[in-house]
Structure formats: C-alpha cells, structure tokens
Design a protein around this ligand. Structure first.
Ligand code: AMP
Length: 441
C-alpha cells in the first residue's frame, strides 16, 4: 500500500480585506532613495570596468543542493535562513541566499576553466535570508561583489582588498576598518577545531544556547559569537593562526606584505572566521569603525575559497572574492552625510498659461529632452503663481514661461529665480539661450 501523504499544516491564508502590507524584512526602495542606489551601482560597475571584471547576472532561484553543498549544512544560513520550497517539477529550490555558490556553478556549467585564468566576475542583485529583521538586517537585501576564479596567488586576495578599500573611499565613506585573518586549509583546521572544542567544552555551562549548539556543529563560529556572556572566553581561546600549515602561513604573510606595500590599513583579527564552510586561507570583513562590536554591522566580507569548485564537482580550482551589502553602504552614506550630486535633477522648469501655450510647451519639452536638458513641468496646472512655487520647491534656477502673449508674439520668457529678473527671447532661440545660461553656471 502506498503511504498516505499527510499535507503539512499550512499557515492561515491572508484573506482579510485589510490593505496588503510588506512582508517582514522586505522593503520598498522609493524614488527618494534611488540616487543612493544609483551611486552605489555606478561605482560598483566603474570598479568592475577599472579592474577588468566581467558582469555576470545569475538566476534568483537555484537548486537547494547548490547552497547546502557549498555554504555547508551546519551553517546558520542553511539551517534556518533559506527560503526553500518544493517545486512541482524541479524538487527542492531556494531563493539564493548568496552569490558565490552561483558564480562557482556558472563557472563550472559554462566550462570557463577553458578561458584564460583567472576569470573575474562582478555582480549586483538581491539575496534572500530568513533572518530576524532589524536595522540593517533584512530578508531581501542587495549585494555587489567581485570574484576571481582560477588563481592561488596571494596577490589576488590583496588586490580584492585594495579594490574594496578604494571603492568605499570613492563612495565617500570614511571611518571603516578592514579586518583580516587566515583560517588555513580544511586539514590544518581539523586539529585546530579539536583544540577549540576541548577548550570551550570546559566552559560549556557558561556558554549561550547558540554556542552550545556550535560546539557540536560549527565550532569555528564560537569565536565570532556576539553574546556578552561568551566574550570573556575568547581571550584565552586557542588562535587559528598558531595552527596554520606552513603554506597557508606563507600565503597570509604575502597578502599582508602586499597590503603594507600599498599602504592599505587593516586590523589583524584572530577571531574572524566568516560563517560559511567554503572559506580557506584569507578571510576578511569591512566594518564601520564605530560598530566594531556591533552584532550586525559588517559592510562586507569575503575571502579565499580554494575548495569550492571541486566540492561542486568541478576540477580543483582556487578562487577568492568578496561582497558588500548595498543597504548597509547606503545607511553609512546617510549617517556620514556624504553629499550626492544628482545629475538627473532638473535644471529648469517649463511653465505655461493657456491652452495654446500648453501645446507649444509640450513640444518644447520634447525638444529639450531630446537635447539632454532635463526640464521639470506640471502641465496640469494653469496659474503661473502655482507653477513658480513648484519650481521654487524643486530648487531650479531658471523658469521658462510661455503665456498667451508669448504664443502670439513668438517669444518666451526666462525668469532667473535667484535674482527675479525676467528676459524675453525669440521662441526659436530658446534652446540656444537656455544652454548659454546653463553652461555659465
Ligand atoms: P555575508 O556573506 O553574510 O558576510 O554578507 C556580506 C554582506 O552582506 C554583509 O557584510 C552585509 O553588508 C550584507 N548582509 C548580509 N546579510 C544581510 C541581511 N540580512 N540584511 C542586509 N544586509 C546583509
């Protein structure tokens, strides 16, 4: 007899007539914020171009197995944060919680080991983690990131850190620190993990509930626990640098040498381990200076993952990369009051009075737009006072005014909102005159 399938209890359907609301941890990005997004996206792309990274766009939905195998089944992400469901035809699928695994999959699927190595990727897009929502921690968030696949050199790790440092500076961010550590190879880590577990076992009773679980499942994460009760034990804990194999140690020294040579400031953090299984050797994180002890404040992080491609069934291929959280960068840009220049802001306002003027103004608007001049307008309004008020609120310097008289005369008025002075021009010379004014400012 085939087993009777008992459907899992489904959550109550949202059938009420209340206004639909955002899901917890999801956000709308409104027009007022888009200039920050544009800035970050543009800087990300400019740096990709400047350092010769090719843009890769990846699907949002992937086989769940991709993430379980790469991130690791005992990690927080896989254990409790993935948005996973059973698709009728594809089986278990997951909204991507990170990019690196997908980049590695794409590298293997498209046989990119046949390309000149290393292959350098840039990405920008949304990720999904069922995290506890709070400031700077969402269930849908965006990352931009850079991955270099196909080279073991310490210079790759260093150059990724240089890129991150320069990118944050270019955005205008100050007061951030780069923390760096090496976690060696899986082999050298085995011995270290034993030491770490035996040290923490003696403190078991005093550990937070999460750390009690970590002791069994993910001991490295004991080191970056943020609970106050677990802090006193860190100081005496064995440090991973003392357990590194010679090759990892030499690699790490080289990374630091390159960073010193390029005057990139960094902090050695022996407790930095990152949360995912695939990391090897170099790991690093970027923190806003005032939040070094904060639980959720890292702006970004990354490191080397020499075993990942092989874990996923590709040939052994070394790799390294990092990503930055876009929302957290924007929070910092706002907190640090970084000034933005909005090149898309309208420079002039086009006002009109009367039906005849409306048609002429609409035509002029199209001409201005085709010429790359952004004009604001509100063609639904009729009164001049009203329109000048709108122009004033927008902070535009010049207002073009077309009234009935101007239509009859074939002229147009140009009002300087700063001085209040108005000039009359031949309508056919509008473009010429407005360009002269704008270039003079
Ligand atoms: P991770 O790979 O988890 O270290 O994430 C890299 C960066 O992505 C972090 O440093 C954050 O800036 C950002 N990030 C990670 N998780 C979230 C989240 N739930 N909400 C917002 N940003 C996040």
């Amino acid at each position: 007899m085939p087993k009777k399938v008992i459907p899992k209890k489904m959550p109550a359907k949202r059938t009420s007539n209340k206004i639909p609301q955002l899901l917890r941890g999801f956000k709308d990005i409104l027009p007022v914020d888009q200039q920050y997004w544009r800035l970050v996206r543009q800087a990300g792309q400019d740096f990709a171009d400047g350092y010769s990274f090719g843009k890769i766009s990846l699907p949002i939905l992937e086989e769940s197995n991709l993430f379980v195998r790469s991130i690791g089944k005992d990690t927080d992400i896989v254990q409790k944060e993935m948005f996973t469901y059973n698709d009728v035809s594809e089986g278990s699928v997951t909204l991507r919680p990170e990019f690196t695994a997908s980049v590695a999959r794409a590298y293997i699927n498209h046989g990119m080991f046949n390309l000149p190595q290393p292959v350098k990727f840039y990405y920008f897009g949304p990720l999904f983690r069922r995290d506890k929502p709070q400031a700077g921690r969402y269930r849908q968030f965006y990352q931009l990131g850079y991955e270099v696949i196909g080279d073991t050199g310490a210079i790759i790790d260093a150059q990724l850190i240089v890129l991150a440092y320069n990118l944050l500076n270019q955005l205008g961010l100050k007061n951030f620190t780069i923390q760096i550590n090496s976690i060696g190879t899986p082999e050298s880590r085995k011995e270290y993990k034993k030491e770490l577990v035996s040290y923490y076992k003696s403190k078991r009773k005093m550990l937070c509930e999460n750390c009690k679980k970590r002791l069994l499942k993910n001991p490295l994460r004991l080191l970056d626990c943020k609970e106050a009760s677990c802090q006193p034990f860190k100081g005496e804990a064995p440090q991973i640098v003392d357990w590194l194999d010679d090759e990892s140690k030499a690699h790490f020294m080289k990374v630091l040498e390159y960073l010193d040579g390029l005057d990139i400031p960094y902090i050695l953090n022996p407790y930095l381990v990152r949360g995912l299984d695939y990391y090897t050797k170099t790991v690093f994180e970027i923190w806003p200076a005032e939040k070094e002890d904060g639980a959720q404040g890292a702006l970004g992080g990354g490191g080397r993952y020499d075993g990942l491609i092989e874990t996923l069934g590709g040939r052994p291929t070394p790799a390294a990369g990092f990503s930055l959280g876009v929302e957290r960068l924007i929070i910092q840009l706002k907190e640090q009051e970084v000034k933005l220049t909005n090149h898309q802001a309208p420079k002039i306002f086009l006002a009109q009075i009367g039906d005849q003027a409306k048609i002429k103004a609409m035509k002029l608007f199209e001409q201005l737009r085709a010429d790359g001049i952004i004009a604001a307008e509100n063609f639904t309004k009729d009164g001049l006072k009203n329109q000048l008020e709108i122009a004033n609120n927008l902070g535009v310097r010049y207002v073009l005014i077309l009234g009935q008289k101007e239509v009859v005369d074939g002229t147009i008025l140009l009002r300087d909102m700063e001085s209040g002075v108005q000039e009359v021009f031949d309508f056919n010379k509008t473009l010429q005159e407005i360009k002269k004014k704008l270039s003079a400012n």
